[in-house]
Write a new protein. Sequence first.
Length: 444
Amino acid sequence: MDAICRRGENMDKIERKIEAIIDAHAKELIEFAEDIYRHPEEGFYEERTAAKVADFLRGLNLKVHTGLARTGVRADWMEQDGPNVTIIGELDAIGCREHPMADSVTGVAHACGHHAQLAAMIGAALALADEEVRASLSGSVSFFAVPAEEYIDARKREKLAREENIGFPGTGKSELIRVGAFDHTDIALTTHVHMVPVEEDLYLGNPSCNGFSSELVIIRGKAAHAAISPWEGVNAVNIAASAMNMIGLMRETFRDDEHVRVHSLVREGGEVLNSVPDKVVMEEKVRAKTLKGIEDAKEKIDRAFDAAAMAFGGKIIRKNLQGYMPVRVRKADSALVEAARDLGATYREVELTDHNNASTDVGDLTHLMPVLNFTFRGFEGSLHGADFRITDTDTAYILPAKMLALTTYKLLRKNAAQAREILREFEPVFDREAYVRYIHSRTE
Ligand SMILES: [Zn+2]
């Protein structure tokens, strides 16, 4: 309640103008979000969504670049000196065939609320592109609608690499980093619907999240008649079962503080019952809190498959696929806290001990640049579930738009003092070249 009493009290003239512009366009923003909700598209193929975002940003007289990592849309004004803040919105929907709004062909639906992010991003663009607001900033701002946040599975990756020339087809942000589309970004600003249970309107900061590695495991055995001469065969299904048993028994060796999760999926498990199965295709995903934790757990998983294959006389063919990097925790920056207070929203701040076992490709960005983040309320049902839907348009579309715009303004006003301070303190793990090298070293 304390926050509500203070609403707007400390806002300057520009901040009031930012809020007024977004309020004046609230209906348009809601329609924008709901149109995208009705037309979900899958990762790297978000053509309609991307075109809609690009048209809107062109309407604000921004220079718009399209086709980045296939569907990415980035609008900039780069001519202003000072740090660049890039506001990010995610274009893709998630596979959820049971969702009432799922696309009948692709089976994807906006069950992760990315349509709300896009509405928030264009709402922020509306306010920040205003001439007076823009003149008050000592830095540049970009609006970046990015493809494919949701995990792309192995089969689709091959097609993307082969037909679309996508170098890092596992995730949109990673491919954008690879092609240099983030080279001009100093600070990224991201948002999402709440990903962990939070009662408050806003959860400020970037909580630590698991990263993961992924691999395709092809188990080769030897076919033989299943009844006449099974001893002449090598049973690939039995190798898979043994490996999975070993992985189960290894779980006690996973460190609690690494939050390790192992997921296994059988894509192909033999052709006919009358023959000893000679081929099984599996996908394995290993999650952990740190890059080292992922590598340690993955080594154990690999050993389990190799050992099972050796015991039965089979063979493992392994293809290491790119995963997501963990999110490096970032406490709420003061710009975010001030913006939430200005707007009278209830909020909670990220604690250093908070951790989310799920993963996002925002993690990759956090290894290169400071990523300021907040999540928001305003929906019901479970994330990625058939019952997910936005129920409070003000909290899910309008409040995040104001948060993005006000935070950006606070970072870049007064000689961009807050942005410069963040950049002074930030220690990157990789630059672009080192990042690309790291991914190659883990996927070849
Ligand atoms: Zn999401």
